[in-house]
Design a protein. Structure first.
Length: 238
């Protein structure tokens, strides 16, 4: 398309649209309004810009709040959709925002990251404004650690943690007055703590010091063989 836009005999209007296609990139949008038979109003999750799409039949059945991954051409009037769009239900806004915040700078790699992303397979970002306490351990083999945690009845898998790693929740019955990390809702349980396993390290998070100490004790007792220098580093909690 860039080569086409550079052709010498293109009319100015054609060149503008061609350049618009070159400049358009894959984005993530929330449906703010939907009018049956007419179109939708989208809001970019990256910058907050609002865009109206008129007459796009494959988007007219969307509900307010739904998430759309699409490539929009802003150079056309009205704005048009280039290619197909992927649509997701009205949930996972914070997961999409976390994914967008960690996208590669290269446009092609960023687009690939979005195409491979699914909010249902991703851990909810940790709550904003909660004073988190942490404890980290160096590890040598993340796959062995993940396998061990998956067989531990005390943890539930939350999915991929951004920007990288795999997250597991330490859950309990609600009503105990502990800070809820917000990533577990099954059977009305709350997430008291979270383990995030990355390539060379594992980190425990909690908003409650006693809960974190309990998790630390459990992890070092059950997974001590997989932790490198666990006891030599002490129990540094911030």
């Amino acid at each position: 398309m860039a080569r086409f836009a550079a052709l010498a005999d293109l009319a100015p209007a054609e060149r503008d649209i061609a350049r618009g296609l070159v400049d358009s990139s894959l984005g993530v949008y929330r449906v703010r309004a939907s009018v049956a038979g007419l179109g939708v109003e989208l809001e970019s999750l990256s910058c907050g810009d609002r865009i109206e799409l008129v007459g796009e039949r494959n988007l007219q059945l969307l509900d307010v709040g739904d998430i759309v991954v699409a490539r929009l051409v802003l150079a056309t009037c009205p704005v048009t959709l280039w290619g197909l769009a992927a649509c997701f239900g009205a949930a996972g806004d914070r997961r999409w925002a976390a994914r967008l915040a960690t996208l590669p700078q290269d446009p092609a790699q960023a687009a690939l990251a979005l195409l491979l992303f699914h909010p249902d397979d991703t851990a909810e970002p940790l709550p904003d404004g909660l004073q988190l306490l942490t404890r980290a351990w160096p590890i040598d083999d993340d796959e062995l650690v993940i396998e061990a945690i998956e067989h531990d009845d005390m943890f539930e898998c939350l999915g991929e943690a951004l920007p990288s790693g795999w997250a597991f929740a330490w859950v309990d019955n609600p009503g105990h007055g502990h800070p809820d990390l917000g990533g577990w809702t099954e059977d009305d349980d709350i997430e008291l703590a979270r383990l995030v396993v990355s390539d060379r390290a594992m980190t425990a998070y909690s908003g409650d010091r006693d809960i974190l100490l309990e998790v630390v004790s459990h992890v070092e007792r059950r997974l001590g063989d997989h932790l490198r220098d666990a006891h030599a580093q002490g129990r540094m909690i911030r």
